[in-house]
Design a protein around this ligand. Sequence first.
Ligand SMILES: Nc1ncnc2c1ncn2[C@@H]1O[C@H](COP(=O)(O)OP(=O)(O)OP(=O)(O)O)[C@@H](O)[C@H]1O
Ligand SMILES: [Mg+2]
Length: 380
Amino acid sequence: MAGSILSVRLEIKNEAVRKELEEVISAEEGCRLLRRHDDPDPCDLFILETGDDTGKDFQLIQDVQASGKAKEVFLTSPLLEPELLLQALRAGVKEFFSQPIKGEEVRTGLLKFRERRNLIQQKGTEKKKGKIIHFISSKGGVGTTTIAVNLAVSLCESNGSSSVALIDMNLPFGQIPIFLNTESSFNWGEVLRNISRVDETFLMGVLSRHRSGVYVLPSPASLDDVNVETPEMIEKLLSLMRNLFDFILVDGGQRLDNVSLRILEMSDTVFMVTVLDLPCLTNTKRLLWTFQKLGFPSRETVRIIANRYQKKSSISLKEAEEAVREKIHWLVVDDYQLTMSAINQGKTISEVASGSEVSKSLRELAGTFLSQDQKKRVRT
Ligand SMILES: Nc1ncnc2c1ncn2[C@@H]1O[C@H](COP(=O)(O)OP(=O)(O)OP(=O)(O)O)[C@@H](O)[C@H]1O
Ligand SMILES: [Mg+2]
């Protein structure tokens, strides 16, 4: 199919590097190298090697992207300096190849580019309106990240055709990358810094994909990128993500500031995670009361999840519901050994013990988000 051919243009200074890249790219099925005389033609991918004048190189990257002459830019350089990598990141470069060139890295970069392109093409025809699911903790350590991460994976696994993204809004240091053992080059701090230039293509380039299929946007890992976020920025980010994904799960932790309030306002479902003890239930009640005063999120949007549930707990389910004057929507049983073992290995609960009560419960919860049609497809 002509549309699936990937055109690649090289702007490489070093002959050996050029040869290596040409060899790898020409051997890739569905890739076409554009020769220099084809230069005025737009290409899908532009791969540039930095030279002595990096200022000029970055200007070229900007021009190529702004004029639409290339859909994405990859960079290679004999230098491996943090400053250069940061500059590349800010310029919207999607992959960086260190030298000497490693064929496997280039092939992976091309594969990821194809995946992004396919997803965007698919999204373009579908025009989704993804659902935002926000998680808020009644108190620290109640298991919000555990539930958010594993529900995201369950949503992906329950229905392979659902696209799921997971955003970590915890500050200062979110833990989703640890839970999923993923490495991300980008976090939302950097994305929001560039929000005026961000579009769906840019976003697909900066999100990292976990092996389950979930796309992850972590929290800033350095203090440089915090305090950049405003409610307007986060609104734009979530609106774009809604066009790309069926579900956007936000681990909001205990945040209750202008930014998280905007997310709460935009959310289709808010899961308030608690455990059945007095301090947590008191906070749950306070949060519900706060939402009522604010006028959002609405009562129908908010659902309480009681985590670490034990039948013999000193506060019964009935007493808890009376205390918070709200139904408990979902119970996740107590299994510290399993959840901790998953976290420590960077694995999902279903990877560690797919038949466990916790895993089953989260699969069932994911099932409540599937349409009848999707449920039928999962069963068949
Ligand atoms: N269903 C469960 N049963 C037993 N222990 C659990 C369960 N869910 C989570 N935990 C444990 O609770 C601890 C905290 O989990 P997690 O980090 O997910 O909570 P959190 O609310 O996100 O915490 P933080 O406030 O630090 O962000 C972990 O040790 C985890 O193993
Ligand atoms: Mg957490």
